[in-house]
Each structure stands twice: as C-alpha cells, then as structure tokens.
Write a protein that binds this ligand. Structure first.
Ligand SMILES: [Zn+2]
Ligand SMILES: [Zn+2]
Length: 352
C-alpha cells in the first residue's frame, strides 16, 4: 500500500464534455500490480473524442477514477506481492499490456493486436494522483528525461507504429497531413529518421509553427492546388509516404493524391462521426499504392520512443505549451480542443 496517505484526487467521466474531480481511496496493489504516483498525464485526441461523445465508451467505465488518461509518467508508489522488477521510488512510464508472444497476431509481429491481452481489460486511469497498473506494463524512464517529456512515450510510440506501417525510410519524402500536436510529433520523428518532411495544414499559425519546428516545406491545405504544390516539391512524383493526422475525408482524399508510385498512405487519425471517402481504385491499382492505418503501439515501440527522446533525437520539449492542475481537467481538454496550443499536460500534484 502507499505509505502515509489513504485518499487521492481523481477525475471521473460524468457525461459529454463533463469530467469531475473527486476524492477516492488510493488503490491497493494486488499480486503482480503496482501503484504509480502520476506526475504527468498528457491530454490526447482519443480522450477528447470520447469526452465529446461518450456514448460509444462503455458506461461502466465512466466513473472509474482517472478514466481516459493514458500518457502517464510518474514514480512507483507501491508494489504488490510477487513484483520483483519494480522498486518504490523508481521512475516509470505506463506502457501497453504485455503481449503473449504466442497468438496468431503476436507471431505476425503485431503485438498491439495481441489476442490474449485484448481479452484482458485495458483501461488506463492516469487523470488521478495514483494509478493502479499491472506491474508488467511499466517501463523505466531513462535518466535525464523529465516526467513531462517521458509522458510522450505513448504518443511517440504511436507515431513509430505509424511510420513503420507507412514504411518510411531514410531519404524518403514524407507528407504529414495536419500540423496539430500529433502531426508535429510525426514531423520530429520523420526528421530523426533522416527523411524529408512536408507538412500540409489549414491553419496559418500551425503552418508557421511546422516551419519553425523543422519542416523542410509547408503547404497550405484546402486550396485547389494543394496537391499540385506538394507534387511540385517532389519533382512531380509524389511522396514515398503520406501520413494523414486529420480525421476528415477531404484530408484523406488529398493525402491519397499526394503519394508517389509504390508509396504508402497511413491513416493515423480516426474519423468521427463515421464517414466515407471517394476513392478511385485505379489510383491504388496502377500506382501499387499501399493504403493502411495505424492505431496504438507496442511495448517495443514504447522502448524505442523513450530511447529516441533520451538521446534527444526527438526533442518534445517545444511541443509542450500548457501544464495544468488536475482540478482544471476540463479546461485542459478545452484548451487542447481549441488548437491554440500544442501538448497540454495535466499535473495531478499541481503545477510548479
Ligand atoms: Zn493518446
Ligand atoms: Zn498475443
């Protein structure tokens, strides 16, 4: 059990755009479990999507303390019986469930779809002062990396999954559709991989920011000649990889038109509400395009994300624009949703 305290503050989901912060008992770790003292938990697009319309999120999970927070960095506050690998006081990030390594999808290298771990309930509860986890999900935070930076392990791991699905290689030209936080995190990663990055975006401020953060070229999205402008930047051949970080049909359709022969288009963002896209099958057939998606990430991708950040090959510090206390959880989501800033970090123990 956690020394010296019995209660904690944690956010619960109550309804559309409604989370409340309440007092709960600190969870007790059982065998194989640990309790993380959460120092930082990032606000992310998937959480915001659920918050806007929680009707598709299981109602029995709404009032689970901390619900929706899954970009977690902190310190081990307590470890249950039979947990040898973790010591109280150790700095960790919360990673995905440990895959079985034996099921059909694990054997295909797709551990984020592990059939065995999908049977277990995976619910991250990081919008709280303490979070109960399976000890095996914890990954050590490398020395020299702050908790705020380490909380990017999950989103950066998702970007690694994305560039792997899109087959990005050194020397490629990659178009990133959308210059929001996840687009800019892709930008940092694509540059670290030695590829050239073109960012397209509707918003002029975001476009300027993408240029400041190292995009090789930026192109105003939504214009009649946006696709042409991108093609002109690639000797009219198109990009080897296009990563669509915007959940909107026109962005996906534009992305498909920007890919080179034998290129790949990865749909990184989900669309909500459900929609359809116009797709000329000949574009896929004659160009041998790969159209794929990516969601979530594996433990190996989390480890690689932490290593890239620790080596400062990917520096996320310039992406952090807001740090807000847990009591302002709704304001944190509103700020994130408004697009005025980039990464919004929730600090359950207050902002220094
Ligand atoms: Zn996320
Ligand atoms: Zn498996």
């Amino acid at each position: 059990m956690v020394e010296g305290a019995s209660q904690m503050r944690a956010a619960v989901l109550c309804g559309p755009m409604d989370m409340q912060v309440e007092t709960f008992p600190i969870p007790e770790p059982g065998p194989g479990q640990a309790v993380i003292r959460v120092e930082t938990c990032g606000v992310c697009p998937s959480g915001l999507k659920i918050l806007k319309d929680p009707s598709h999120f299981p109602e029995r999970l709404w009032r689970v303390p901390g619900t929706l927070g899954h970009e977690v960095a902190g310190t081990i506050a307590a470890a249950g019986p039979a947990v040898d690998a973790l010591a109280v006081g150790e700095r960790v990030v919360h990673g995905p469930l440990v895959p079985c390594g034996r099921c059909r999808l694990c054997r295909r290298g797709r551990a984020n779809f592990c059939l065995t771990s999908r049977d277990q309930e995976y619910l991250a509860t990081g919008f709280a002062q303490y979070m109960l986890v399976s000890a095996a999900t914890c990954l050590p935070t490398p020395e020299g990396l702050s908790d705020d930076e380490a909380s990017f392990a999950e989103p950066l791991a998702c970007c690694l999954n994305s560039v792997e699905r899109a087959g990005v290689r050194e020397g490629d030209t990659v178009v990133i559709v959308g210059g929001g936080t996840m687009g800019l995190l892709h930008l940092a990663l694509v540059r670290a991989l030695g590829a050239r990055a073109i960012v397209t975006e509707l918003d002029a401020t975001r476009l300027r920011r993408a240029a400041e953060l190292g995009a090789d070229a930026v192109v105003q999205a939504g214009q009649s000649d946006t696709v042409e402008q991108v093609r002109a930047l690639t000797d009219h051949r198109g990009a080897e990889a296009v990563i669509v970080c915007v959940g909107a049909a026109p962005a996906i359709e534009a992305g498909l038109a920007m890919a080179a022969d034998c290129g790949a288009v990865n749909l990184f963002a989900g669309t909500w509400p459900p929609t359809t896209i116009a797709l000329d099958p000949n574009r896929i057939h004659y160009k041998e395009l790969v159209l794929t998606g990516s969601q979530s990430s594996t433990r190996a991708q989390h480890e690689r994300a932490l290593a890239l950040m620790a080596a400062r090959q990917v520096d996320v510090r310039s992406l952090i624009t807001h740090r807000m206390p847990l009591e302002e959880i709704m304001e944190a989501h509103r700020v994130y949703g408004s697009g005025v800033g980039l990464k919004v970090l929730v600090k359950p123990w207050g902002v220094q």
